[in-house]
Design a protein around this ligand. Structure first.
Ligand code: CMX
Length: 435
């Protein structure tokens, strides 16, 4: 057994009695009330999910296993010659809450390499799809196509004790995660590089090999590592995490579950917003006849035009956050260090200066500050990945790290099938005393 799996089992065994005790002895203790606005309005703020892998504070932003983003980057073992950590070590950390040693990290790196190869039939499935299919559709289909590989299903059909569910779930999740960078890069080169594919390099780590298979030089490997870690987890209520968890709660395997979560990520109010930010910015620049003609006044007018047309400003606002997203800040710091004079970065910064004021004046959005998606596209653009409809696939590769760690723990702790209760409009009217 690897050090990761051994530590995970130890952590699971230590954790189980806590969940059991809470359920058995304190099951009736209230953690949330539900208002009519919450029932109609997307269950915003209703506390009815449990995860220990990350927590999102409205003002501070995300913490992974108790660590802020800078603390996480600081603590994890770094790839030699690189400023960012091994994503494999971060996977170890999310699963176990322990910062791995270099040796433990390298063991995961080697384990991932063994599981990396993308089955040929997945490539055949993707090649059979029309080339104008959206990359997110291909990504979701590629994941789903691999469902036949599931060890969880095999073991379940043989008759498996529920205390063992976590084991094949962990194996499935690791097998799938190891393949995702190759799947993403395959889709990129299939759609945008005439299907001229680059073979994986077995000397490289997960993030480094992604950059290699994309065909983009250093420091894109570091961009990839940073990006994947930043996008990994955002507690459990966001649509991609919640959907993955929901589907897995039926004991569907991780292929079905992640594919479903990715379909949720593909919506413009969620992950697709990073594509929308770039397309919004480019349309606006084209209209002005070039970046040199952009002024704060012009940005303000464009924002109002969008709002007056009844549309959302992509990359701004959040269901939980009430301050600038630290994932935005982290990427902004990367830009300030690596591309401070890049015109598109300057424009994105100008939007950051103007948009919060406009959104406040508009008076609807509870959070006028930028989220992660407002800043990610410009980095990709700078390094030559300008095909913005690919950007959400990048998000989807990163998001897999968090949601797959979560569903492994879901099975370890025996979380129940999800089944919230619905009511009718008449019942709400009755509760409101108007009927
Ligand atoms: N531009 C214009 N209006 C906005 C807005 C924005 N960026 N953000 C919120 N609003 C509006 C909402 O549409 C809503 O309007 P109605 O009352 O007419 O329905 C009102 O403000 C209140 O919404 P809210 O409570 O502040 O925000 P929600 O929790 O309902 O939604 C989110 C959160 C992210 C969907 C929303 O802020 C939004 O649409 N943002 C733009 C899209 C985006 O960037 N999404 C990416 C989020 C991060 C991610 O998941 O990747």
């Amino acid at each position: 057994m690897t050090a990761l799996k051994e530590t995970l089992l130890k952590k699971i065994e230590e954790h189980r009695p806590r969940t059991t005790r809470l359920l058995k002895e304190f099951g009736d203790v209230k953690v949330s009330d539900v208002t009519i606005a919450q029932a109609i309005g997307g269950a915003r703020g209703v506390r009815c999910l449990v995860t220990d892998i990350s927590y999102l504070d409205p003002h501070e932003g995300i913490r992974f296993r108790g660590k802020t983003i800078p603390e996480t980057f600081e603590a994890m073992p770094k790839v030699p010659g690189s400023e960012y950590p091994f994503v494999e070590g971060f996977w170890y950390f999310l699963l176990t809450s322990e910062v791995p040693t270099e040796k433990q990290t390298l063991e995961v790196v080697e384990d991932f390499k063994k599981r990396r190869e993308l089955p040929k039939y997945v490539m055949d499935v993707l090649r059979a799809m029309p080339r104008d299919t959206h990359p997110m559709t291909m990504y979701s289909a590629g994941i789903l196509a691999m469902q036949r590989e599931s060890l969880f299903v095999k073991r379940y059909n043989e008759g498996m004790n529920k205390m063992e569910f976590w084991d094949p779930m962990y194996e499935d999740c690791t097998n799938l995660l190891a393949k995702l960078p190759s799947l993403g890069a395959f889709i990129y080169r299939l759609k945008f590089k005439d299907d001229k594919q680059i073979a994986p390099n077995m000397d490289l780590d997960w993030g480094g090999n992604f950059a290699h298979q994309m065909g983009v030089d250093h420091p894109y490997d570091d961009v990839a590592r940073m990006y994947f870690i930043l996008h990994s987890d955002h507690e459990s209520g966001n649509v991609s995490a919640h959907t993955t968890h929901l589907v897995a709660s039926t004991l569907s395997d991780c292929y079905y579950s992640l594919s479903a979560g990715i379909n949720g990520l593909a919506g413009p109010l969620h992950g697709l917003a990073n594509q929308e930010v770039l397309s919004w910015t480019m349309k606006f620049m084209d209209k002005l006849g070039g970046i040199e003609n952009v002024t704060k006044e012009a940005v303000k007018d464009a924002l109002w035009e969008t709002l007056n047309a009844g549309q959302v400003v992509p990359g701004y606002g959040h269901a939980v956050l009430r301050k600038t997203d630290p994932r935005y800040t982290s990427q902004r710091e990367f830009c300030l260090k690596n591309l401070p004079d890049y015109p598109l970065f300057k424009l994105i910064s100008m939007i950051y200066e103007v948009a919060p004021g406009v959104l406040q004046e508009h008076g609807k959005a509870k959070n006028p500050w930028p989220n992660v998606d407002a800043q990610s596209g410009v980095i990709q653009w700078y390094y030559g990945v300008t095909e913005w409809d690919f950007y959400t696939v990048l998000f989807g590769i990163g998001r897999a790290i968090g949601v797959l760690a979560n569903i492994t723990w879901d099975r370890a702790l025996g979380y129940a099938i999800e089944r919230p209760k619905s009511v009718t409009t008449a019942m709400l009217e009755e509760a409101a005393g108007i009927k």
